[in-house]
Design a protein around this ligand. Structure first.
Ligand SMILES: NC(=O)c1ccc[n+]([C@@H]2O[C@H](COP(=O)([O-])OP(=O)(O)OC[C@H]3O[C@@H](n4cnc5c(N)ncnc54)[C@H](O)[C@@H]3O)[C@@H](O)[C@H]2O)c1
Ligand SMILES: O=P(O)(O)OC[C@H](O)CO
Length: 331
């Protein structure tokens, strides 16, 4: 299969390395320095240093070259990059895309300016195309190193789900199909906010009981938010739900968890984001998630507490105190 991966951040590069074991992969990047290091050193120095990419992989800064003849398009930018890149693809292949290859999104979050889920952004920018997402517990460094990983390939288009499995289910990666695209995307988006919360809790030294409480109540919060938008409850017990929640909240490779740990140490969000070197989607989408929940009439106390901290309205300790002081309720 010919696969175009659009975006050469940490995750796009790692997934390209995996997919290239079986398929003809072209990795597109807008970043000249990233392409230069891929071509000359065989590594992505900026986003995934120390991992060699296979020599069979193609690299380009030309979107037309990447998407030409591709059987599958993989959107591997952050959520912020989804719409501009999808619009650029649409400009190359205008009109109704129902006869064109499907599009898979890797990004986890809601669009900050509109609160739309990734498949809604892609559906609007690429009319007619089948859209899906690949989500679940997956640190890029581990996937690039060829360690075992299990993911959810979600789409309401059955043919695209099968194509995703064909593309990625080999070697050390298992891909499970799901038709609950909304649930899978919401699980992936909100676990990032919970990871900021858990990192903050751990950075404050609040203990393992507190961490477990946050994970459990975080899962309840994610499930409430998802079900209010038509997601299935059981999705949140799967890889894109509890699986990714546990990984991101407890694994020190998580950028979102790292943000929380550093907020607890008193660093400013501006300084943290300036030195992180990667996207922290939980920070980027938290305002949109809280606004969407308010519009839906869904209570998200942990997400609201994270928002208060990242907006500087509460210190991490004050946010914890506010969560603990809430009125008792049934579990
Ligand atoms: N890193 C992981 O382990 C991992 C795993 C699974 C999912 N994800 C998700 O995948 C997405 C990308 O993560 P990442 O780790 O590669 O991030 P990263 O910070 O390493 O790289 C971000 C990428 O997005 C591109 N980008 C950002 N804005 C853009 C724009 N306007 N136009 C074009 N490109 C743009 C950057 O150039 C870069 O290639 C995120 O939504 C993340 O939540 C990451
Ligand atoms: O490093 P994070 O926090 O963006 O998380 C990466 C992946 O989404 C984990 O599945």
């Amino acid at each position: 299969m010919k696969i175009a991966i659009l975006g050469a951040g940490a995750w796009g590069t790692a997934l390209a390395i995996h997919a290239a074991q079986r398929h003809d992969v072209t990795l597109w990047s807008r970043n000249a320095q990233v392409l230069e290091s891929l071509r000359t050193a065989g590594t992505n120095q900026r986003y995934l240093p120390d991992v060699k990419v296979p020599s069979s992989m193609g690299f380009t800064d030309r979107l037309d070259e990447a998407v030409r003849d591709a059987d599958l398009l993989v959107m591997a930018t952050s959520v912020a990059g989804l719409e501009p890149v999808a619009q650029a693809v649409q400009a190359l292949q205008p009109g109704d895309g129902s006869a064109l290859p499907g599009v898979v999104c890797l990004a986890k979050g809601l669009q900050a300016s509109t609160g739309r889920l990734p498949h809604q952004v892609l559906g609007d920018a690429l009319p007619g195309r089948a859209v899906g997402c690949l989500s679940g517990p997956s640190f890029a460094q581990e996937v690039a190193a060829g360690l075992p990983v299990a993911l959810t390939a979600a789409s309401t288009d059955e043919a695209l789900s099968h194509r995703m499995v064909q593309a990625f289910h080999h070697g050390a990666m298992r891909a499970y199909r799901s038709a609950d695209l909304v649930g899978v995307e919401i699980g992936g988006a909100l676990k990032n906010i919970m990871a900021v919360a858990t990192g903050t809790c751990d950075g404050l030294g609040l203990g393992l009981n507190a961490r477990s409480a946050l994970l459990t109540r975080g899962l309840a919060e994610i499930t409430r938010f998802g079900m209010a938008q038509g997601a299935q409850a059981e999705t949140f017990l799967g890889l894109a739900g509890v699986g990714d929640l546990v990984l991101t909240c407890t694994g020190d490779l998580s950028r979102n968890r790292r943000v929380g740990l550093l907020l607890a140490k008193g660093q400013s969000l501006t300084d943290i984001l300036a030195t992180l070197g990667h996207v922290a989607e939980g920070v980027a989408c938290c305002p949109a998630v809280v606004a969407r929940a308010q519009a839906l009439g869904v209570d998200l106390p942990i997400s609201r507490a994270v928002l208060a901290v990242i907006e500087g309205r509460l210190s991490p300790r004050e946010a914890v105190a506010a969560l603990l002081a809430r009125e008792p309720r049934a579990e």
